[in-house]
Design a protein around this ligand. Sequence first.
Ligand code: ZN
Length: 471
Amino acid sequence: MAKVERLRLTFLGAAQTVTGSMHHLTVDDRHLLVDCGMYQGKRKEASQRNRNLPKLASAADAVLLTHAHIDHAGNLPTLCKRGFSGSIHCTSATADLSRAMLLDSARIQESDAEWLNRKNAETPGWEEVEPLYTEEDAEAAIERLEPHAYGEEFEPLPGLRVRFIDAGHVLGSASAVCDVGMNGHRRRIVFSGDIGRRQLPILRDPTPPEHADYVLMESTYGNRLHAPIEKMEEQLLDVIESARKRGGKILVPSFALERTQEIVFALNRLIKAKRLRPLPVYVDSPLAVNLTEVFRRHPECYDLETIGFGKDHGDPFGFQLLTMVDSVDESKKLNSLAGPAIIISASGMCEAGRIVHHLRNSIEDPKNTIVIVGFQAQHTLGRRLVEHSPTVKIFGVEREVRAEVRVLNAFSAHADRDELLWWAEKCGAQVRRFFQVHGDPDQCEALAGHVRERLGRAAHVPAPGESVDLD
Ligand SMILES: [Zn+2]
């Protein structure tokens, strides 16, 4: 193993927050970036942060991408726009998912800028805004993706050997295990990426690294526990059967990546097990339709249950009454659809996309049900539904919430406190220091506290921009 003399970690993004993942490792005079996520938040701050990449990020010689979520991959086109010309290493499923995700994100950036410019065209002194990046920029980033199999070793920088292990969070998700020789010692630095729950459908369980010296680990639910995963199917059945009695529509606002495929697979399992009488199901989101196609192409990522299901019943993501809706016309036809039927549509927090049209159409009819299956950030329409607000504003019009709102909390792609601690313990007794990232400050601090008390290891919650020399 080639020897290096200097290793330095810098926490460029997702430090004491859950968005904009971006970490940096200096290896002598070379630069490795781990994730280049989009910062999501209030428009002005987000735009500022996403457009002004930190200098260290722009200096990257190579990138490791842990998974295809936009808060991890979404700002890669900006990096390429600033002149990055190295490789973006990721698993092969992440490469395929990122193609669809980045192109979709570019279209959103372009239409956002267009909308802003149109809206402010008459405003004196308005300076035309450029999109954060265009489809062309996204294509340039896509060309830099370099896929690897799980476990395959590669050398993104001289002297640094890396392999991806399964993080069990979304299809293709990985933790990056980085080995380097420094001043006569071997050092292993692990970037956890987002860690999934054990026993999530479709995916294998997260594989913790067997040994590590330094670990950056996510802390989204560092101090929370989820409902048991076995409740997922029961909850879903219960909601569908009570909606069926009323003859209404069931609207499921869902993230296009993973959650949609999980629900489709859960419905398929329930139907094949004859626990659910078939009813029409529509996946109404062009992005979700594309991503589901990627899921079909990557059975190497499936867990044994999903492989077994495929052998017995065929496609896990297809059944007789399931329709994938792509065109706008087909989507509009769903307005006049009579229930019972299920419509799964993006976006997951009801802020944009086709789900908003479906909500406008269906929210005032008590026959209908809205099923919330994902995290709802503050100030979103989804959050107001979770909080059982009696009225909500949709496209600027106040509407009464007469449909039933049900919240299913067993669906989560992130490990909870106990699952994170299980993963941390498996990293071994020799860990010199854990760094808690990707969590709100209270969640990071709580997890760091548990790591110190329960596992007896050093833990630190880095500040945004902080650098730490590794010895
Ligand atoms: Zn994620």
